[in-house]
Ligand binder design. Sequence first.
Ligand code: AMP
Ligand code: MG
Length: 412
Amino acid sequence: MSSVLPSYAEAAAIVGAHAAELVRQPTSERVGLEHAAGRVLAASLRTDRDQPPFPRSTRDGFACRAEEANTHKALKVAGSIHAGQPPAGPLPPEAAWEIMTGAAVPEGADAVAMIEHVERTFDAIRLLRPRALESRENIVPQGAEARAGEEVLAAGTRLGPQQIAQAATSGHATVEVFRRPRVAILTTGDELVPVASTPEPGQIRNSNGVMLASLVAQAGGEPWVLPTAADNERALDGGLREAASADMLLISGGVSAGKFDLVEPALARLGAKFHFTGVRIQPGKPLVFGEVGNPKEKKKFFGLPGNPISSAATFLLFGSRILGALAGDAHAGPRFALAQLAKDVKGKPDLTRFVPSFCNFDPSWGEFPEVKAVPSQGSGDLASFSRSNCFLVVPEGMDRLKAGSTVRILLI
Ligand code: AMP
Ligand code: MG
């Protein structure tokens, strides 16, 4: 049976092809830069002035002509400038201008001698031997980073702290960003009760609702958590119909082969087209991917296995890709990194494993981060999962990954 299911790579390629075809959100909104973290630019940004806007000194020291300084003769201090003062100068011949980091280099100077590299007398400085200055040393020329009018951030860029700083320096107090895709989260299961209630015997709290909401928010979506649907046709049909008004659907639970796994038939009753109904991965093998809705407005859905760790892994691996594409972020999707394995981990002949693990990202310099599987009772073990910060990837067909080897991890 499992041999007819796509492998991880095949399923990722299927999802990737659908993501590439998705038209990103046509609508956008303007937000203040202070609210723009994680949002995706809907229009490219240009800088309104040269960067730097004047030749900028990168050091505290003395602006001078390199050629004159290199004679090691005394240069008279003609003035002093610090950051924020209007450009000064011109620099007279055989002179130096005291300057602080971030200040405009006076006209006529072509280098800045660091304060530590000069000897200062009452009104002059001398470059200490054997130091020599190169022309342009410790100066960033005006416009060397970007020219006024130049595009500095492309549409489709997700705004992290680096990009927010660039938008700010370019004069954009507000930015046009794509609307966040609305993602319906429909949890299913007779056993589920809201987090705030006290479960009766046999019941459990609905942890997937909030967990998936936080994953969706992290991936740039706007989570919409619907009331849990019970394991019966009526409840599922009603829940799915409501969820179908969102931009994308995440359904948790009810996709395995049990007697009450009724989600696939309910999706079929809604006219769903299925792209795959299982993947050769562990956890997450019963994952379902498809679309519902009329031909003009198809909504992608994922039927995520209900076990919390399966839900998280399958969303990160596949759901984040579709959500990112809807959000207008072409580079969205699972983020992998390399690490060094601390202890042997077993593989499976016919499944790619994603093992909840802890990676120490602060290793000694020069070493790979070290990753270790967190002991677990299986894909429902939230105690173990909450001590993890990544999934270790054990490729299909590997007998075991050996301690010391370089392995791939999926970041959470
Ligand atoms: P299912 O995929 O519906 O067969 O569920 C698999 C396992 O995940 C069962 O132990 C469920 O009780 C559990 N489960 C399903 N949905 C949730 C949820 N929303 N929150 C926490 N656990 C869940
Ligand atoms: Mg269930």
